[in-house]
Write a protein that binds this ligand. Structure first.
Ligand code: GDP
Length: 173
């Protein structure tokens, strides 16, 4: 959709959830990475697509940099939270990180749309979106005042991404 003004969207989640692969879909062909390299240490990826400024980073193993990334919370209009649906062992960690994000004053106080990508849906042992909703506690208190949506995606092919992005841009407008 066409938005009237620029907006900032955060793309966060644990390492290996598929953030870089998702972002590559929104990049213009000339700046697409042919190879997605896992992020090490604290690094923030930023780029602009149409009038959306994307800012992305890994939450895992970077807790000590939390105060650096919190700085991005105040001026974002939407959050994309990427989850590896096949990573059952770390679903609880993904929930903890999401809770910490949702409890942050800058996030908690606003009715910010949260798009959860239940990514890697193509993998045989991927949990269903319903299970991801339960595992992340999206049916609970912290998100009850926020518009949120879950989209089953395969970031390798792009399946499901457009529907999720459309929902988010409608919410932000
Ligand atoms: P990041 O650490 O969150 O940026 O994750 P990456 O984008 O680097 O992806 C981690 C690994 O998962 C890479 O090997 C990707 O090719 C792979 N991957 C990402 N999305 C999917 C998906 O939807 N399905 C499958 N099967 N693999 C994926």
């Amino acid at each position: 959709g066409i938005r009237r003004k620029d907006c900032n969207v955060l793309v966060v989640g644990l390492d290996n959830s598929g953030k870089s692969t998702v972002l590559n879909h929104f990049k213009s062909p000339d700046c697409k990475d042919s190879n997605v390299v896992p992020t090490i240490g604290f690094s923030v990826e930023k780029f602009k697509y149409k009038n959306v400024h994307f800012t992305a980073w890994d939450m895992s193993g970077q807790g000590r940099y939390r105060n650096l990334w919190e700085h991005y919370y105040s001026d974002c209009q939407g959050v994309i939270y990427v989850v590896d649906s096949a990573d059952k062992l770390r679903l609880a960690v993904a929930k903890d990180e999401l809770d910490i994000l949702l409890k942050h004053p800058e996030i908690k106080s606003r009715s910010l749309p949260i798009l959860v990508l239940a990514n890697k849906m193509d993998l045989r042992d991927a949990l269903s979106p319903v299970k991801i909703v339960q595992g992340l506690g999206l049916d609970q208190d912290l998100v009850k005042d926020k518009p949120w949506q879950i989209a089953a995606t395969n970031a390798l092919t792009g399946d499901g991404l457009a529907a999720g992005a459309d929902w988010l841009s409608d919410q932000i407008q």
